[in-house]
Write a protein that binds this ligand. Sequence first.
Ligand code: IVH
Length: 658
Amino acid sequence: MSQLEEVKKEIDSLREEIRLHDYKYYVENQPVISDAQYDRLLEKLIKLEEEYPQLITPDSPSQRVAGTPSKEFEQSKHIAPLLSLANAFSEEDLQAFDKRVKKILGYSHDKGIEYVCELKLDGVAINLTYEKGTLTKGATRGDGTTGENVTANLKTIKAIPLKLRKSAKVVSFIEVRGEIFMEHEDFKKLNKEREKAGESLFANPRNATSGSMRQLDPDITAKRRLNILVYGIGAIKGIKFNNHSDILKYLKELGFRINKNTKICKNIDDVIKFCRLWGDKKKSLAYDIDGIVLKVNSIKEQEKLGEVTKSPRWAIAYKFAPAQETTKIKDIIVQVGRTGALTPVAVMEPTEVGGVTVSRATLHNEDEINRKDVRIGDTVVIQRAGDVIPEVVSVVKAKRTGKEKKFSMPHECPVCGEKVVRPKGEAIWRCANIACDAQVKERISHFTSRNAMDIEGIGEAQVAQFVENNLIDDPADLYFLKKEDLLPLERMGDKLTSNIIDSIQKSKNQDLPRLIFALGIRNVGEHIAEVLTSYYPSLDALFKAKRQDLEIINEIGPTIAQSIVQFFAQPHNREAINKLKKAGVNLELKQKPTVPKILSGKTFVFTGEMEKLTRDEAGRIVKELGGKITSSVSKKTDYVVAGASPGSKLTKAQKLGI
Ligand code: IVH
């Protein structure tokens, strides 16, 4: 054996040994060696690989941290799509689901269907691809068809095998589906560290998980204690299963963590018992679940049931009622949002609701406070459902002492002192001063936020700092910040300032939907921003859009259309857009949507008045689909679209037999 071969053998056996200990520790939760012993093995491996870099393989335990931050995540297409689940909110919904399943399968109503019940983890869905037993790709769910390639980050999670265990038949290709999540304790620790560092806090473990997975620097992800449980398979070559429970067993043999709190139920009544049980027991778990997923166990039956628009007919998610708790209101304060909306917020004695400590809850608006008769000093029921901001549900009137104080909305903005207005027919009081510090800060924070321009390193604290030091007063000002502007500020070191300036500059390249969302136009969320760009592929085009043109777009009603037009009519918004332009921010849609040219080669003539479209808009649609518009009817005309009171063009078309 040559020396190289000998080293290779040693490296191989070290890797096997480390893999086994990873499995014992992270999957089985039963380590058999000390941390120090483990570290020595890993060090030995790394040293050998440094000496013989030609022997490094991607599935080596040393490759969990890649160390090189990437610029952005690549898109990654899933081989089998990641489906989503329909929801059941009550036991009646579950019964109805069971009835439908039996009906489609042609069974009598008294036959019991076998279901596998799994806890529905409240984390982030991922798809892991293994080729010939080696992890080659890990991606987020994305839109179900295409996600983001986050392999480098996922590799840092030790419970994800880089190489599948040979205790089961290893196939040449498999997609493994599961959920990445963070346990409550790790979430709390992370937020404590962030608080100390002056960074913005994560609202809940799921946001922390998603934020950690979307780190461009895997070194950061490695420090977050992420976890995984898997629950299914996407595409696979070479094995067919009879039951879903066999799939889970197989995944376990391959070296994955599967949830031990999984149960095969004989019928829907058993399922309902399981759901009731976990509705109570979920508090005892170390992580968040938001329901139970039930899946028809037999794969044959699953295949017969099939799927409808992206969700299977053989599975459903039973959602728990949101977690509720009682606590006492110490004070009611008023927050000013980015559109100037004044929101009354209850400041409460901190209470844990569904695993997260809550000390503030929204009271929504003046009418809601009156309807629920909420007073300062009241004992109240609060609730928190998943990602939604905690809210005050009701007052426990029996606990009143008579010392409670009524609250009324202020007549001046609590931040800038200007008059506030409540337009007729609206429930919301607003500060009309667009230069109000609160609005300015909120607008800029929204602009930099993860789903908007995603400017890393700028959270609420930094925005407040910049605004208070008069460095910026609208989002576009960010692009003109220089290192020298930031260096004199507190807590701004050389490296941090460079990073911030870099990430600001990098964000110039974001795609148009993000920019439109980032502008903070009222009623324009991420989805509407996407919709808008498929009609207006540049900010200039949207800027010029007329209300009538916007309204005919599917999903855009008069309210949204008006918000958009009003936004672009405001001088300070126009000014900000000019600044964005000057700064060189990308104002165009990068990937023009590809519409199938189904009208290619066809000629259209319009006559008469149309009900829903202007002539221009209809023409644009025809052209987008590859067709041509002419003004007069001839033998070459393929279609004449006749609206109300059509002219002679219609008669001519009829004569020509068009
Ligand atoms: S099955 C067709 N099982 O819930 C299968 N999903 O909309 C679809 N989730 O984000 C998913 N725990 O990541 C399944 N035991 C479980 C799950 C689970 C959590 C998540 C999933 C997705 C959502 C389903």
